[in-house]
Design a protein around this ligand. Structure first.
Ligand SMILES: Cc1cc2nc3c(=O)[nH]c(=O)nc-3n(C[C@H](O)[C@H](O)[C@H](O)COP(=O)(O)O)c2cc1C
Length: 215
C-alpha cells in the first residue's frame, strides 16, 4: 500500500520562501526602529523650541573673533542684560567698563595671562564690583557676568569669562590700566566679538551630580 503521496519538494520554492521571510523580518525591524525614533523624534524638545533654554544650552566660551566691530546697540543690550541680574538685597553692587580701543585691549591682553584673546576681540566688558555696597559683591557680579555671556550668545556674539578676581596681580593690572577708583574691584574681563569659527558647546550634564531628597 502506498501511503499518501508526499508532495514533491521544490527546493527553489523553499529558498524563495526563506528569502521572503528574511526580507519581511528585516522590514519589521526597520519599521519598529522607525516608529520608535518617530515617536521620539517628533516630540518637540524644549531645548530646541524654547529660545531661553536654547541660548543656555548652546553657549560656549568663544576665544576667536572676526575683525568686525560689535554694534553699539548690541553692547547696550549686553549691559542691560547684565544689570537685570539678581543681587542680594537688591544692592546691585556692580559697575561696568566697556573697552573698545585697540591699545587698551592689547594692554589688558599683555597683563592677563589667560586673556590673550583680547588681542583679537573688538570689545571687552569688564565687570567690576563695589564691596562697600555688598560684602559678597562677587556673587552678584557673577550673576551679571553670566547674563552678559548668555545675552552675547543670543545676539550671535561670542564671549568668554576671563578672571581678574581673586588674583591680586590680575586685579591690580586691570585697575591700573582702566583707572578704576579705590573701592572698585574687577571681577572679570569679558572679551566679546563675532565668533570666527563654529564650535559646539561642551556636554556637561551629569546625572550623578544630582541628589534627590537628600544626598
Ligand atoms: C570664574 C571663571 C574664570 C575663568 N577664567 C578664564 C580665563 O582666565 N581664561 C579663559 O580663557 N577662560 C576662562 N574661563 C572660561 C572657562 O575656561 C570655561 O567656562 C570652561 O572651560 C567651560 O567651557 P564653556 O564656557 O565653553 O562651557 C573662566 C570661567 C569662569 C567661570
Amino acid at each position: 500500500m502506498h501511503g499518501p503521496r508526499k508532495a514533491a519538494k521544490n527546493p527553489n520554492s523553499d529558498r524563495t520562501m526563506k528569502g521572503s521571510l528574511k526580507i519581511w523580518s528585516a522590514a519589521l525591524v526597520v519599521a519598529g526602529c522607525l516608529s520608535a525614533c518617530g515617536a521620539d523624534c517628533n516630540k518637540e524638545r524644549p531645548e530646541q523650541t524654547n529660545p531661553t533654554l536654547k541660548t543656555i544650552f548652546d553657549r560656549r566660551s568663544v576665544r576667536d573673533y572676526l575683525r568686525r566691530p560689535v554694534e553699539a546697540e548690541k553692547i547696550d543690550l549686553l549691559l542691560r542684560a547684565a544689570m537685570s541680574a539678581p543681587s542680594g538685597r537688591d544692592r546691585r553692587p556692580w559697575e561696568f567698563v566697556v573697552v573698545t580701543e585697540r591699545p587698551a585691549l592689547d594692554s589688558l591682553a599683555a597683563a592677563l595671562p589667560f586673556a590673550k584673546m583680547l588681542t583679537a576681540a573688538p570689545c571687552a566688558i569688564v565687570v567690576c564690583g563695589t564691596p562697600e555696597r555688598q560684602s559678597y559683591w562677587y556673587l552678584d557680579c557673577s550673576a551679571a557676568a553670566q547674563n552678559v555671556l548668555l545675552a552675547a550668545q543670543s545676539l550671535g556674539l561670542g564671549a568668554v569669562w576671563t578672571a581678574a578676581y581673586p588674583y591680586e596681580e590680575r586685579m591690580s593690572a586691570v585697575r591700573s590700566r582702566l583707572g578704576l577708583p579705590d573701592g572698585i574691584l574687577p571681577l572679570c574681563v569679558i572679551p566679546v566679538g563675532y565668533p570666527a569659527s563654529d564650535g559646539s558647546p561642551k556636554q556637561k550634564y551629569d546625572p550623578a551630580r544630582i541628589h534627590y531628597g537628600s544626598w
